[in-house]
Write a protein that binds this ligand. Structure first.
Ligand code: TXA
Ligand code: MG
Length: 338
């Protein structure tokens, strides 16, 4: 658990317009005072983030939502009651309290109440509103441990609060309430079915289907190649036995070309690959474990300087939808059907 003195120092940095990385239940965030335009600008500089990519504003009390938005629907309130604090971000019309620097020039604002004691304490003790993207350099996999933040941000920010490994490992589900029918702009740990159980019909952003054929996603951040390792990554999709055979062939081919290959396998399959650097990302029985370890494994392959990563795939059911969304982006939509 975080030392009280660290939290006091961190909140004073936020209040004076500086940056602090902190743990949330999804991934580590890079925080700044969301209502201070200069502070928000520092986030973009530190991450090398395009300035049209808006930030999520993190709050610690439901009663703080009204002060930054222009109208909250009953459905949004129902979701807040059911899922906050938790891995759900909702988008509303903003009011003038929120600077355009924080929202990437948009007149809407994304808001989330994270479910992590350190995050909640930091928000409550600083200014009540912390803008925080994932604490990685733009384009790299999101950090799920404090040392990942250090890899990307050391020397660029004054403080990193270490809360140990995060619990979830992929970013929050984003639901846009400025549409007639609420729309999922980014799948996450909370599934479409869980949301629909509470408020009824929800749509998926048609721009999410991605790849070259897909349209343009509404969340500006979803259009970038993202969550990506440095190596080329290829997702291999099909029946498990066929996938294993094909990956083994590909690893052989890579080796004959002098390339170092990594394999993303699962607990169930990791013994089926005699060559290449094999890592299990988790168990297929509990895909939450896969979500939790995915970004860390992409970083491990970077550290090993592999040239190419072959990865098994998952079905797009439940949390698998968010998982495959991130894996497809990491692979730049490079999929091999076998
Ligand atoms: O789990 C999370 O949400 C983490 C933790 C730190 O809370 N944060 C996170 O932030 O993933 P970031 O900046 O890496 O991703 C925010 C996404 C981007 O794709 C951005 O384009 C989208 O949210 N977004 C933010 N505000 C938006 C808005 N007003 N309209 C549409 N998309 C928005
Ligand atoms: Mg991010």
């Amino acid at each position: 658990m975080q030392q009280k003195a660290d939290l006091t120092e961190a909140s004073s940095i936020i209040r004076s317009g500086g940056l602090v990385a902190f743990p949330t239940e999804t991934v580590y965030g890079l925080g700044a005072d969301a209502l201070n335009p200069k502070a928000s600008k520092r986030i973009y500089e530190a991450k090398g983030r395009p300035s049209d990519n808006p930030l999520i504003v993190h709050i610690a009390r439901l009663s703080d939502l009204e002060a930054i938005t222009a109208g909250i629907s009953d459905k949004a309130l129902l979701l807040a009651e059911r899922f906050w604090p938790g891995p759900l971000t909702m988008i509303f019309q903003k009011n003038d309290t929120v600077p355009l620097e924080t929202t990437g020039g948009l007149d809407t604002v994304a808001v989330r109440m994270p479910n992590h004691p350190v995050a909640l304490a930091l928000i409550a003790e600083s200014t009540g509103y912390i803008a925080a993207p994932s604490a990685n350099m733009s384009g790299r996999p999101s950090p799920t441990q404090a040392f990942h933040v250090k890899e990307d941000m050391e020397g660029r920010i004054p403080m990193i609060l270490d809360g140990g490994p995060v619990g979830i490992g992929i970013e929050s589900t984003i639901v846009d309430f400025t549409e007639d029918i609420p729309m999922i702009l980014r799948p996450g740990y909370i599934t479409k079915a869980q949301l629909e159980e509470v408020i009824g019909e929800i749509r998926m952003d048609p721009g999410l289907s991605g790849g070259e054929r897909g349209g343009r996603p509404k969340a500006p951040g979803m259009k970038y190649r993202h969550y990506a390792p440095r190596a080329e990554m290829i997702l291999v999709k099909g029946r498990q036995e066929t996938v294993i055979v094909r990956i083994n062939e590909l690893v052989q081919e890579a080796a004959s070309e002098g390339k170092k290959a990594g394999i993303i396998a699962t607990d169930e399959t990791c013994r089926c690959y005699p060559a290449g650097i094999v890592k299990s990302v988790g168990t297929r029985v509990h895909e939450e474990t896969v979500a939790k370890h995915l970004y860390g494994i992409l970083r491990e392959f970077d550290a090993l300087n592999v040239d190419i990563i072959y990865s098994e795939s998952f079905s797009e059911e439940g949390i698998g939808q968010a998982l495959m969304n991130r894996m497809l982006k990491a692979a730049g939509h490079h999929v091999l059907e076998v």
